[in-house]
Design a protein around this ligand. Structure first.
Ligand code: SAH
Length: 230
């Protein structure tokens, strides 16, 4: 990890999943330009024995397998030496819910080391011993952390300088300003009997801004009153 830009190291048992969807469109073009870098690292390279085992049965019994602390710690240490300033994240349904404010914070930093769990998860001691910050993308359980890591990286990369065509489109979006975004319309002016609201065609920028703010408030109140905090 060197130079300016956002540097992502992703520790995974399935490095072939990357860049995957991050290789196309805005994120993929920014990757090709060097605005950010992506280094998938195979946890199995640190596996034990002839079969490069990375997991073992849970202490205390129960279903599934757990990723070993020693194996994962070696993979982490090889990807990010002690003085690496990047935050170390572990994708996990138990984690801090991923929100736009944290995405913005990450985008302002040097990058991230992201650990993707599999099976029942990882040995608790490596979370403590390597200061992993657990991050969740929502209240449901995925089969692995890779898609969650892609979600996080997609959200971060689009905020990096120069990635979004119109810089302003980052500022008016959902969650910026604590509201859901106002509705969008484009041509044709009338479709299946539904017209674009007149005010949007009026050319009166003050009225348009008010219409959008009111619409954003109404939508947020109806769908996500928790965001209004009142
Ligand atoms: N037994 C665990 C779930 C393991 S799912 C539990 O009940 O908490 C396997 C892996 O998928 C996890 O280690 C994690 O890396 C990833 N994962 C699953 N759901 C996720 C979510 N909502 N957000 C982020 N990562 C998730």
């Amino acid at each position: 990890m060197t130079g300016p830009g956002f540097h992502a190291s992703v520790l995974t048992l399935y490095p072939e999943m990357f860049p995957g969807p991050l290789g196309v469109s805005l994120c993929g073009e920014a990757l090709a330009r060097g605005t950010w870098s992506l280094e998938p690292r195979d946890i199995r390279a640190f596996g034990r024995g002839r079969h490069r085992a990375v997991d073992d049965t849970p202490a205390g019994g129960g279903p599934g397998m757990v990723i070993r602390a020693d194996v994962l710690a070696e993979a982490i240490d090889a990807a990010a030496p002690g003085d690496d300033p990047r935050p170390r994240l572990l994708m996990s349904p138990r984690g801090r819910p991923l929100r736009q404010d944290f995405v913005r914070e990450l985008a302002a930093g040097p990058g991230a080391l992201i650990v993707c769990g599999r099976f029942e998860g990882v040995d608790e001691r490596v979370i403590e011993g390597r200061d992993l910050v657990e991050v969740s993308i929502g209240d449901y359980v995925l089969s692995g952390g890779e898609i969650a890591a892609m979600v996080l990286l997609d959200a971060v990369v689009r905020l990096l300088p120069g990635v979004m065509g119109a810089a302003a489109s980052g500022e008016e979006e959902s969650f910026e300003g604590g509201l859901l975004e106002y509705p969008h319309y484009t041509r044709p002016r009338e479709w299946e009997g539904r017209a674009i609201p007149d005010v949007l065609l009026s050319g009166d920028h003050g009225r348009i801004a008010r219409f959008r703010r009111d619409a954003a408030r109404a939508l947020t109140r109806a769908r996500r009153p928790d965001l209004l905090g009142d």
